[in-house]
Design a protein around this ligand. Structure first.
Ligand SMILES: Nc1ncnc2c1ncn2[C@@H]1O[C@H](COP(=O)(O)OP(=O)(O)OP(=O)(O)O)[C@@H](O)[C@H]1O
Ligand SMILES: [Mg+2]
Length: 397
């Protein structure tokens, strides 16, 4: 009944369940990743058959399904373990969101002990706590470190070292801790000698970019889940798939589809047509602006807003001085206290690590050196608009 009222209030819509287009939704089936799913299962099976830990690298370009594949795999593998009366816990850590060893480790400890305090404990103490928990629970552990390159670039590979040591020291025997490292690039180059040698023989699962046909079936699956029947005109799927096939990026394909649906609703059109797809394409950029913005807090958002405003004046790069002034102005505008120089620098580094800005030292010919900043792959205007809206809505932490 509630649905009916909601639908009536919203007016006619092409969507029946828009949440199926959210970036964190995990479908039951993953078209064109059946072989990869099987390979992952084969690589991990000895955890269940022999109780021996495994490590694995999953690599592939943007939107090739790395995250969704591992998120689909984990609960299925756990179920297979439970069917065999083996206890196995799986934990998925997004290392872009938790990009230091203590922060990522806290996620793992919190899995077993949600009340574990988020500050005041050293890495060693957290590892001890984890050992204790694993012994008490008598369980194998499978940890997926997603976007692990962010952590490895920021931190040394301490975390991975410690997690693999669990098995070597036999501290949790007969149980084991296994690892799946997920990244676009080969992360081994970022590891220190010791950790790298552990991963030398490790299996790598490579996901290839999707071609247009594959993207089309991924889109068809989502259309059935998210759109009402007969609301998608001929040509829509093909067009979305073709646009995204250049990069082979399923996220981009789904994002265009989603925005095209919204464009159809805005025009009060009963069906989604290719012109809605074109309108959607003009509006979005193949980067996860919204997804990434959820990972910054208010102060960092203000800095990014300031950078976007400076860049909008025309230049390719902005100097630190200009951004600092714009940042102070933005703080005043939104009634926030501007932070000092040291914190300002930390924010720049954090945003750089998140890929939201890129910074470099100015070259010769400039008096003195300064840091130059830009926004790598999104229109400054779009960033400005999104952040302003979110600040107005008090959407940042
Ligand atoms: N085979 C598939 N079937 C259904 N949906 C898919 C498939 N592959 C990817 N997707 C969807 O496409 C989007 C992008 O996939 P995912 O987030 O797994 O990419 P990724 O490889 O982790 O990208 P990134 O490197 O940016 O993290 C998600 O919404 C995901 O659900
Ligand atoms: Mg991912």
């Amino acid at each position: 009944m509630r649905d009916v009222i909601e639908e009536a209030l919203r007016g006619p819509s092409v969507f029946k369940d828009e949440s199926k287009l959210n970036f964190d939704y995990v479908p039951d089936e993953l078209p064109h990743r059946e072989d990869e799913f099987k390979q992952l299962s084969l690589s991990m099976r000895s955890i269940l058959t022999e109780g021996s830990p495994q490590t694995m690298l999953v690599r592939g370009p943007v939107g090739s399904g790395k995250t969704v594949l591992t998120k689909r795999f984990a609960p299925e593998f756990r179920r297979a373990a439970n069917d065999r009366d083996i206890d196995l816990e799986t934990i998925h850590v997004n290392c872009r969101r938790h990009s230091t060893t203590p922060s990522a480790l806290l996620q793992i400890v919190n899995h077993f002990d949600p009340a574990f305090p988020d500050r005041g404990f050293s890495t060693t103490e957290m590892l001890e706590q984890l050992t204790k928990q694993l012994k008490r629970r008598k369980t194998h552990l499978l940890i997926i470190l997603d976007e692990v390159d962010v952590l490895l670039k920021r931190d040394d590979s301490d975390l991975i070292y410690h997690l693999t040591r669990f098995n070597e020291e036999g501290s949790i025997a007969p149980y084991s801790a296994s690892l799946i490292l997920v990244s676009q690039e080969d992360v081994r180059i970022h590891m220190d000698q010791g950790t790298r040698s552990t991963f030398k023989q490790t299996n790598t699962l490579r996901l290839e970019p999707y071609n247009a046909n594959e993207l089309a079936s991924i889109l068809e699956q989502r259309i059935n889940l998210a759109f009402r029947q007969n609301t998608v005109n001929d040509g829509v799927v093909e067009l979305c798939a073709d646009i995204a096939a250049e990069e082979g990026d399923a996220r981009f394909a789904l994002e265009i589809l989603h925005k095209a649906g919204q464009a159809a609703d805005e025009n009060a059109s009963e069906k989604m047509r290719p012109e809605h797809v074109r309108a959607a394409k003009a509006h979005i950029h193949p980067v996860l602006i919204d997804e990434r913005l959820t990972e910054v807090d208010e102060q960092r958002a203000l800095l990014l807003l300031a950078l976007a405003r400076v860049l909008k004046r025309g230049g390719a790069y902005a100097t630190t001085g200009d951004v600092k002034s714009a940042y102070e102005a933005a703080c005043e505008e939104f009634n926030k206290d501007a932070r000092g120089h040291t914190q300002f620098w930390t924010y720049i580094q954090d945003l750089d690590a998140l890929g939201l800005l890129s910074s470099k030292r100015s070259g010769e010919g400039v008096v003195g050196t300064t840091t130059l900043m830009s926004i790598p792959d999104a229109p400054a205007e779009l960033i400005e608009e999104r952040i302003s809206t979110m600040l107005d809505a008090d959407a940042f932490t």
